[in-house]
Write a protein that binds this ligand. Structure first.
Ligand code: C2E
Ligand code: CA
Ligand code: CA
Ligand code: CA
Length: 281
């Protein structure tokens, strides 16, 4: 029986070894990266579909490790959330992005900024609430709250409904709008969402990707837009990669679009050139 147990253990550990080892290594490097600020932000334009002009940018975090190269946020954000490093990292993103936004405003580009927020950031830390963190940073960089949006996900709402609702009410009363990200991939219904102070839905890019290939997905996108409109919500489509997708969404009355068709995520400098090139004369 003993050797049996060992055999099982061996089988189990061999399968797990690789991933656990990788996780631990990434976690160690991530801790270092937070100390050294080995991060930078890319900004992706969000376009008003009725005017074609840029209204806002989404801040997308990047990590460049000296050894491992650039690591995707899909890989390191979950680790940052598990380890609590997301608190420091989230603050860094907020301040860096507001600093960049202040510079664009100085150049006369009065765009807004969208920041991705993890569930953990909604919980009070050391007596400081998330809305206090936002409000302090806004004052520090001289930005009016209406120029800042936060993007949250459905899973985050479900994970800690009570705490989350309170935080979002506070954020919303600051004048910072709340966008619901990856809409359609979670479990919530629009009726449930009515209880939260959400003003914009971002339709997940998986639906946009297949909308022109599958009738079912095209109808799903239509239904989301119609329901969103009837609840007085604005709609953003993400992952717009082609003219055909743009035309399809514009016809349906989608308000905003984001995707490679208009622009890839850009460096801060790259975004400023983009803004300068689109400037009306
Ligand atoms: P997300 O918030 O859904 O961001 C959209 C993702 O779609 C980004 O991936 C963006 O680069 C990508 N994308 C934009 N346009 C297109 C397109 O036309 N086609 C395709 N295929 N993709 C497009 P990215 O930058 O790798 O970010 C992945 C995720 O990491 C984000 O998904 C977000 O959930 C998370 N994330 C990024 N920055 C932060 C952050 O500062 N804080 C937190 N908590 N999460 C972040
Ligand atoms: Ca987002
Ligand atoms: Ca998204
Ligand atoms: Ca996503």
């Amino acid at each position: 029986a003993k050797s049996d147990g060992r055999a099982h253990y061996k089988l189990f550990s061999e399968g797990m070894d690789q991933t656990i080892f990788e996780q631990i290594k990434l976690e160690q490097r991530l801790r270092k990266a937070v100390l050294h600020s080995d991060f930078y932000i890319n900004y992706q334009p969000i376009i008003d579909m009725s005017t074609g002009s840029i209204t806002s940018v989404e801040a997308l975090l990047r990590w460049r490790d000296p050894e491992l190269g650039v690591i995707s946020p899909d890989k390191f954000i979950p680790i940052a959330e598990e380890t609590g490093l997301i608190d420091a990292l989230g603050k860094w993103v907020l301040e860096q992005a507001l600093c960049d936004l202040a510079r664009w405003h100085k150049h006369g580009h009065k765009i807004s900024l969208a920041i991705n927020v993890s569930g953990r950031q909604c919980i009070n830390h050391q007596g400081e609430s998330f809305s206090q963190i936002l409000s302090k940073a806004l004052i520090q960089y001289g930005i009016a709250p209406r120029y800042l949006h936060i993007e949250i996900t459905e899973t985050m709402l479900i994970d800690d409904e009570v705490q989350c609702l309170q935080t979002l009410e506070e954020v919303s009363s600051l004048g910072v709008d709340i966008y619901l990200d990856d809409f359609g991939t979670g479990y919530s219904s629009l009726a449930y969402l009515k209880g939260f102070p959400i003003s914009v839905l971002k339709i997940d890019k998986s639906f946009i990707e297949s909308a022109l290939e599958s009738n079912k997905d095209a109808n799903l996108v239509k239904a989301i837009i119609i329901m969103g409109q009837s609840l007085q919500l604005k709609l953003v489509s993400e992952g717009v990669e082609t003219q055909q997708q743009w035309d399809f969404l514009q016809k349906l009355g989608c308000d905003y679009a984001q995707g490679y068709f208009m622009s890839r995520p850009l460096s801060g400098k790259g975004l400023l050139s983009y803004l300068e090139s689109k400037k009306e004369v």
